[in-house]
Design a protein around this ligand. Sequence first.
Ligand code: NDP
Length: 304
Amino acid sequence: MKILLLGQHGQVSRELQLLLNNPLRNVGEAAATQVVSEHELIVLGREQLDLADTGRIREAVRHLRPELIVNAAAHTAVDAAESEPDAAFAINATAPGVLAEEAADLDVPLIHYSTDYVFDGSNPAAYHEEDTPNPLGVYGRSKLAGEQAIAAVGGKHLILRTSWVYSLHGRNFLLTMQRLLQEREQLSVVADQIGAPTWAGSIAAATQQLIERWQTERTEAWGLYHFTARGETSWFGFAEAIAAQLRAQGKSVAHLTPITTSDYPTPAQRPLNSRLDGTRLERDWGVRLPKWQDGLLECLGNPR
Ligand code: NDP
């Protein structure tokens, strides 16, 4: 199948390239999946296609005529987005809407990622797909507008809301903690935001499973899904798990102290409850992501 992947150097995109370029190599729970198809993967990074240029998006899709589009590109700088809303909305809202229109014209599916930050975090339980979003910042508002633009087109689409993404590349909590835990003696980490740290490799493997389901079983349950690792923790709990792995390697690490969100002000407000319920994905597609602790171990055991 001819797949167009947008976003070249991003965390999720890198892991997708590893799996989709070589479908027989697989990770995590997806290893149980029978992978039957070969793909022709076309990857376009910002250098080849700036998503701020909607004319170029249309040109590229019409020229390449993919059978599936995966949009792993986004304006993900949550705090910077507060001072550059136009850029955030261009990449996270306008571009996905244009991609959805082009995908619908070709009658091919668009797989797109969204975020827990579409919610305000005031729900006492894990969020379901039908819960009302209320983003606290520009990033969340722009991602929600992207979801709405895709849904409004009404073509074949999967909007996959994930959370707290990390990998061994790019800028993320895992790499920051690994560095700071070894540089410092004392480290304070927010303990009152709850969510699911999700390895980009788990996202890629589950995405690959969805693609296979569609190809082989013609599953066509298009729409919005929650798509995070299972289980929950706080940023402090995640930091403790990262510290435990460093200690297991014989490294000495900083003493961790839990703090509250109000002790650590940031330009963009974050939801206190980021928990997303993944039941719908499992019911409709038979796909579920691993527990967050297993994702972390797999990520650390896969230095690629
Ligand atoms: P990354 O920030 O790692 O990668 C995003 C990619 O988008 C980068 O490669 C970047 O290119 C590219 N990009 C940004 N602007 C443009 C542009 N104008 N034109 C073309 N490409 C552009 O993202 P992740 O892999 O972490 O995130 C994947 C998805 O998951 C996104 O939809 C994100 O919103 C969502 N998500 C992420 C979370 C997280 O914690 N990271 C949490 C919840 C959801 P370049 O390398 O050139 O900058």
